[in-house]
Design a protein around this ligand. Structure first.
Ligand code: VGL
Ligand code: ZN
Length: 206
């Protein structure tokens, strides 16, 4: 693909807690940093997302006595995986990776900031209906295509990509700039779901 003036690069959750040594470390998560930095220099529009939870967020296993991290529960809005405490607002773990070049970002979308509901997607919280405002931003700015990369492929990248398609945006995921958590086959399932939804999965953008 050729990068055009109406294309947006959406960089998902490149934060310390998702990198080696972090509270919810994704294997090799920091390997995405040079890839997304290179991409960011080539787009006219760059938006970042930042996972941004209050202490005691309902998606934390520690909020459910006896529940194990990486188990699943049913919330009023549907199934929810329980995570180790991570990306707590204002902590070092919630900060962007120190080598991520954030200067060209025109917007940072913080998500998962309500205690009662998690938010994987850059577009909707996990009820799949409460909007973050990003779709409105894209439409008002006349941006038509969303190219995304970041962490993690099978959670926040996947949910963002599926929602972008559902909202009618052309959507590309750059896999060299993504790494997965891969819980019980979730990476293969995410890859299949994104393909099925018409998300273009590419290794790199030349
Ligand atoms: C994410 C699990 C919990 C992600 C965020 O960025 O993929 N995964 N919070
Ligand atoms: Zn989170």
């Amino acid at each position: 693909m050729k990068i055009g003036p109406d294309d947006l690069l959406l960089i998902i959750d490149v934060q310390n807690d998702f990198c080696p040594g972090g509270a919810l470390a994704v294997a090799d998560g920091d390997a995405v940093v040079p890839v997304v930095n290179r991409l960011a220099g080539r787009f006219d529009h760059v938006v970042l997302t930042q996972d941004w939870h209050p202490a005691g967020q309902s998606s934390f296993a520690t909020s459910h006595p006896g529940a194990a991290a990486f188990s699943s529960i049913t919330m009023p809005y549907g199934p929810q995986t329980l995570w180790p405490d991570h990306c707590i607002q204002g902590t070092a773990g919630a900060a962007f990776h120190p080598d991520l070049v954030t200067d060209r970002a025109e917007l940072v979308i913080r998500k998962g900031f309500r205690a009662a509901i998690d938010s994987y997607s850059a577009f909707f919280e996990n009820d799949r209906t409460t909007p973050t405002g990003l779709a409105g931003y894209l439409r008002e700015r006349g941006l038509k295509r969303v190219v995304m990369a970041g962490l993690a492929t099978d959670f926040c990248v996947q949910y963002s990509a599926l929602d972008a398609r559902r909202l009618g945006f052309e959507t590309t995921v750059v896999l060299a700039g993504c790494r997965a958590i891969d819980l019980g086959g979730s990476l293969a399932a995410a890859t299949a779901a994104m393909r099925e939804a018409g998300v273009a999965l590419v290794d790199e953008i030349r």
